[in-house]
Design a protein around this ligand. Structure first.
Ligand code: NAD
Length: 249
């Protein structure tokens, strides 16, 4: 087991990539803190983790709220005494052209996707500095590396995560805190469900991927396991693209 008895907080672990990551880290021996704003979905992940014999707790958390992050960290420390791994996965998508994007929608996307990463990393790093070690993995997107029409707020938030990752990697490498991102391609989850109902969109996503298939949450979870494990210790500030080759073109 590569993560035996490591304590991992995963935001947005109530569904999709976050839930798959919780299950994959647990398979490697980690104990899991499921932080999600949906109690029902988060509790379901905990149930699945417990079924496979993993110690796990749910903490209701909105990652865009500093007070929720404080509660998330304090509860984790009370229960498990340390934090070895933070996966900043919680995110939301919004589609609209720039001239039609309301200030409210822009703020909502940036607050969850980018400010959320800042708030949780800031608080967890305070603990990792005391422990003199830690691993942080941020879930970005290929939308942070390329422009996608009608996704300005989302693309900007994900590009922000990629550069914030580099900054955190530089600031804390000497303290043995390792920070990287993953950039998923198009993954079949609740987030993409609506856009994939249009057969033409689904087909165009599939044909843009050299493997001719959409990604699975497990494809991303395995990359996160690598970045959470000792094997990736010399990888730092990097964005691991997991897109079946989409951006290789
Ligand atoms: N699905 C894709 O194609 C894709 C591609 C690239 C990147 N991503 C990124 O992967 C991450 C996970 O996406 P997914 O596809 O699994 O989405 P999803 O919608 O299936 O799951 C997201 C989870 O995050 C939770 N969440 C949302 N906002 C939250 C908040 N403010 N606080 C706490 N929890 C919150 C939701 O309740 C849900 O459980 C996101 O950051 C997303 O941007 C997804």
């Amino acid at each position: 087991m590569r993560l035996k008895n490591k304590i991992a907080i995963i935001t947005g672990a109530g569904a999709g990539i976050g839930r798959a990551t919780a299950l994959a880290l647990a398979q490697q021996g980690a104990k899991i803190v499921v932080a999600d704003w949906s109690e029902e979905q988060g509790q379901e992940t905990v149930t699945q983790l417990k079924k496979q014999g993993t110690e796990a707790i749910f903490i209701k958390t909105d990652v865009s709220q500093a007070k929720d992050i404080e509660k998330m960290v304090e509860t984790c420390l009370k229960e498990f005494n340390q934090i070895d791994i933070l996966v900043n996965n919680a995110g939301i998508f919004h589609t609209s052209s720039i001239h039609e994007t309301s200030e409210k929608d822009w703020d909502r996307v940036l607050n969850v996707n980018l400010k959320g990463v800042f708030l949780s990393s800031r608080r967890v790093i305070q603990e990792m500095l005391k422990q003199k070690k830690g691993k942080i993995i941020n879930v970005a997107s290929i939308a942070g590396l390329r422009g996608f029409e009608k996704s300005g707020a989302y693309c900007a938030s994900k590009a922000g995560i990629i550069n914030l990752t580099r900054v955190m990697a530089l600031e804390y490498a000497s303290q043995n805190i390792n920070v990287n991102s993953v950039a998923p391609g198009i993954i079949k989850t609740a987030m993409t469900k609506e856009m994939l109902t249009d057969p033409a969109t689904k087909k165009s996503f599939e044909t843009s991927t050299p493997y001719s298939r959409l990604g699975k949450s497990e494809d991303i979870a395995e990359a996160i396991v690598y970045l959470a494990s000792e094997e990736s210790n010399f990888v730092n500030g990097e964005t691991l693209v997991v897109d079946g080759g989409w951006t290789a073109k």
